[in-house]
Design a protein around this ligand. Structure first.
Ligand SMILES: Cc1cc2nc3c(=O)[nH]c(=O)nc-3n(C[C@H](O)[C@H](O)[C@H](O)COP(=O)(O)OP(=O)(O)OC[C@H]3O[C@@H](n4cnc5c(N)ncnc54)[C@H](O)[C@@H]3O)c2cc1C
Length: 390
């Protein structure tokens, strides 16, 4: 369903384009099933990697629709930036999730429901269908993700961390910020006093009768207060300017494959390579198909010319062989790269090579606003759109 190429992404965008205006706002909540899904873009696997970055996606949509017609779609695209910005201001939420997950994983095998659920054998027809779709395609419609997470947390009463982990391992668009924070929202940890409870009527209505759950879904949310509440936002910090070094190498990675187009002219680059950290994917038990998809996308974005490494030592060897004194990267988002950054910085430092990051203007513009809720964040959208048309 999702091919690891820019052409496939652009074809999907073309196909979706007529639906990105008011039709999207009206119909996006309907889940017609994988065969009939024309009401949402299904672009997230590529947008996640910035094979189609947010600014390019919105620019393309505004060539066909007015801002007011496309406002719902633009909002949704900006939700991704909001979650990333929000987590960048509270990185301990990801670390706490990882710690809690490690604890929950120890006892997961003893939870009979967990084993049934992840094998698509929960006995709940809709839930098992979504599990199979997730495993087979690496994608779920947004409403199905909400229903799934709600049933997982509130009806089956399984730890939310295990559900978030199950998604992160299988989703092609799996992303630490959007995924962790959406699961926390469903569980009632993101917005105090707000949980998401799926109902049979809602599922039946928005699946157009494909599913009519007969089991009793939870009507009262579970208490998840054993998980840490939201910490206050850290002050927004700009990145340090890129040090002026003579021998600069550009390291592309799967967190932002668009970097070649905006980072290359930030310094005099003498060598370029790609890197997707296979160890980190294995540590987080992310499926091979997700890794392969991202690896192929990165290889394509590297323009065929740059070697794409999967091993950190090989990156350090590349930097040494190219006689670099600085390796420059697009700033990776908070998530599975946290540990990789520490290891990479250390490995390069041993060879007297610096590591520096650059944040795209899109993130620079939005992250300072990712302090509280989306409503306040959203007020920064018009200024970003002005920047796009300049
Ligand atoms: C429990 C749960 C877990 C989720 N985990 C992820 C995840 O790991 N990665 C991920 O990309 N999305 C995640 N989402 C958000 C959302 O479900 C997907 O982004 C969306 O379904 C992607 O499908 P689409 O491309 O057809 O979206 P469209 O409706 O066509 O939206 C266009 C683009 O906007 C962005 N977008 C849309 N909705 C959201 C949203 N709610 N939050 C953030 N960005 C959004 C995506 O980049 C998407 O490609 C999660 C939602 C829930 C409820």
């Amino acid at each position: 369903m999702f091919h690891s190429s820019q052409q496939a992404a652009l074809e999907a965008l073309d196909q979706f384009m007529p639906h990105a205006g008011e039709a999207y706002a009206r119909s996006r909540n309907y889940e017609y099933g994988p065969e009939a899904r024309i009401n949402v873009s299904s672009l997230s696997s590529w947008v996640r990697l910035r094979l189609i970055p947010e600014w390019q996606l919105i620019t393309a949509v505004l060539d066909h629709h007015t801002v007011s017609q496309a406002s719902k779609f633009i909002d949704e695209v900006c939700w991704r930036t909001y979650w990333k910005g929000w987590l960048s201001r509270r990185p301990s939420v990801w670390q706490d999730y990882c710690t809690q997950l490690a604890k929950d994983q120890v006892t997961a095998g003893d939870l009979p429901r967990y084993v049934e659920v992840i094998s698509a054998a929960s006995g709940i027809e809709c839930f098992d269908a979504w599990t199979r779709e997730l495993i087979d395609t690496g994608y779920l419609h947004n409403h199905a993700r909400m229903w799934f997470a709600s049933i997982w947390v509130h009806t089956l009463q399984l730890p939310w961390t295990l559900g978030a982990d199950f998604f992160l391992r299988h989703l092609l668009d799996g992303d630490a910020a959007t995924n962790t924070l959406s699961w926390r929202w469903v569980a009632g940890l993101h917005t105090v006093g707000k949980t998401y409870l799926a109902t049979a009527d809602n599922i039946s209505h928005y699946s157009k009768g494909r599913f009519n759950p007969q089991i009793k879904l939870a009507t009262v949310p579970v208490d998840v207060t054993d998980s840490a509440p939201n910490p206050p936002a850290q002050p927004y910090e700009r990145l340090a300017p890129i040090p002026s070094c003579k021998h600069v190498g550009l390291l592309l990675h799967e967190e932002d494959v668009s970097a070649l187009s905006w980072l290359y002219d930030q310094a005099e680059v003498r060598a370029t390579a790609g890197f997707i950290p296979q160890d980190a994917y294995q540590r987080h038990r992310i499926t091979q198909s997700v890794f392969d998809f991202r690896h192929s996308c990165l290889c394509e974005a590297s323009d065929g010319g740059a070697v794409v490494h999967t091993d950190l030592d090989a990156v350090v060897e590349w930097a040494v062989a190219a006689q670099l004194d600085l390796v420059l990267m697009a700033e990776p988002a908070v998530g599975i790269w946290d540990q990789v950054v520490l290891e990479l910085r250390h490995g390069l430092q041993q060879k007297s090579i610096q590591l520096a990051f650059k944040r795209h203007w899109w993130d620079e513009h939005f992250y300072p606003h990712a302090q509280a809720g989306f409503f306040r964040f959203k007020k920064a959208i018009p200024a970003a759109l002005d920047q796009l048309v300049k």
